[in-house]
Design a protein around this ligand. Structure first.
Ligand SMILES: [Fe+2]
Length: 434
């Protein structure tokens, strides 16, 4: 792959380069993912912030061109350093939350916009081995609030593996068959049903106000087993606002049940060899070992939370939420069938998607203090298997102004400076009523 020289190489005390082989566990066709930005001299956060503030336009152009940038070698040593570094990039608007965030996706105490990956469950590496390869996703496919951009900060580096996989899905998309691309672009798919009572409890709002809020947005309200639920549709393919590319941005692993098994077969050759042998043995026994360890220590609450949050991953990819066919669903007359992506994509097409994900997957070994800044409109990500006390913190930025009702599987997302997330608007509504 030909990678353009970035325009800001060797300026203002900062240099950019591509990753070296020794910084990766194994190779990739995506040599330009991520672009590395590192100090030539001063390594302090003060210098980094000054550079980012002065060169925000070039940094944003680089993240769009490469898909991801790795800030490496700077002294980013706290959550506050991470937050202040990202806030110094002009045009980034951190999101302090998002609609119906999962349990454990809380703000850390040390900063105002930095999130735990999960406060209760370790989703990446752990000392007894990790979950299986899988979990490739675009951020917040199941939420109404999709961030355009995202950043991870490595507080504690793992001992072995446990990388954050970056998949350049915009490059992979070009290689999918014309039939599959046409199918994905033809119609939006349902990503999630959210129950009105559940939303009302979360945002402390009357149910009728919640229902009206989503009707006003243009979303469909149905009855599922006698309970009102909002049907969330998502575009499958985004036409990027800053680069001439399209990308399939879906939580593929949770939506296509055959994807992760296919990916495991494709990734397995990279996990042969001595240092992975013991790990692979433990990996096969992961469920048993985890349950045994928590039971021995009497950590019942943690076990319960772990099962709840990671249950679907432990059991393999399953479509999230109830499938309408398994419930009694009553929709307004004339409503077209409510379809998820898994109902339209064939098994062969899932195999082609797995091959594209594997081919365009790019890994690097985390170092303490690294910041990975990436484009959620072009990249998928996943936590890879590994060992060690890995601690990663998260920031998400710039909620996408999706317009409902969606009429196509392909969407153009025009940036909106003043756009407020659904989460923000529901919180604001709650304040006006209290
Ligand atoms: Fe994620």
């Amino acid at each position: 792959m030909v990678v353009e020289e970035p325009p800001f190489l060797n300026i203002d005390g900062v240099a950019t380069r591509l990753l070296e082989d020794r910084e990766r566990p194994y190779g990739t066709v995506e040599a330009g993912v991520p672009l590395v930005l590192e100090p030539k001299g001063a390594r302090s956060v003060v210098e980094l912030k000054a550079f980012l503030a002065a060169r925000s336009a070039e940094v944003m152009a680089a993240v769009y061109r490469h898909g991801a940038i790795l800030f490496r070698g700077f002294e980013v040593s706290s959550e506050r350093d991470f937050e202040e570094t990202m806030r110094s990039i002009r045009g980034l608007r951190p999101m302090n939350g998002y609609f119906m965030s999962e349990r454990g996706r809380d703000l850390v105490d040390e900063a105002s916009s930095v999130l735990y990956t999960n406060k209760y469950a370790r989703l990446g590496a752990n000392p007894f081995g990790s979950v299986k390869i899988g979990g490739f996703h675009s951020e917040n496919y199941f939420s109404a609030d999709v961030p355009a951009l995202q950043a991870f900060w490595c507080k504690t580096a793992p001992w072995m593996g446990a990388e954050t996989a970056m998949v350049h899905m915009a490059n992979a998309y070009d290689e999918l068959s014309g039939d599959l691309r046409a199918k994905l672009e033809a119609e939006p798919f349902c990503s999630m049903f959210w129950s009105v009572p559940m939303i009302a409890r979360r945002y402390r709002l009357p149910e009728d106000r919640v229902e009206q809020f989503f009707r006003d947005l243009g979303l469909l309200v149905v009855l599922v087993d006698g309970r009102k639920e909002i049907v969330f549709y998502k575009p499958n393919v985004y036409r990027h606002p800053h680069v001439p590319k399209r990308s399939l941005q879906v939580n593929l692993s949770m939506s296509l049940r055959d994807l992760d098994p296919a990916l495991r077969r494709l990734f397995t050759p990279a996990y042969e060899g001595g240092k992975w042998a013991l790990y692979r043995a433990a990996w096969r026994q992961w469920d048993t070992m985890t349950a045994f360890r928590l039971a021995v220590k009497g950590r019942r609450a943690e076990l319960g939370s772990l099962v709840k949050v990671t249950g679907q991953r432990l059991l393999g990819a399953q479509p999230r939420g109830r499938a309408p066919a398994e419930s009694t669903l009553v929709a307004p007359p004339g409503t077209p069938p409510i379809v998820r992506i898994g109902a339209r994509v064939t098994r062969d097409e899932v195999g082609a998607l797995a091959a594209a994900v594997r081919k365009h997957c790019s890994l690097f070994s985390w170092r303490r203090g690294d910041i990975l800044f990436f484009d959620n409109l072009q990249m998928l990500h996943a936590a890879m298997p590994g060992v060690g006390p890995r601690v990663i913190r998260v920031m998400i930025f710039n909620p996408l102004p999706l317009k409902y009702p969606l009429t196509s599987g392909l969407t153009d997302v025009a940036p909106e400076e003043g756009y407020r997330s659904i989460d923000e608007r529901l919180r604001a509504l709650q304040r006006t009523l209290s």
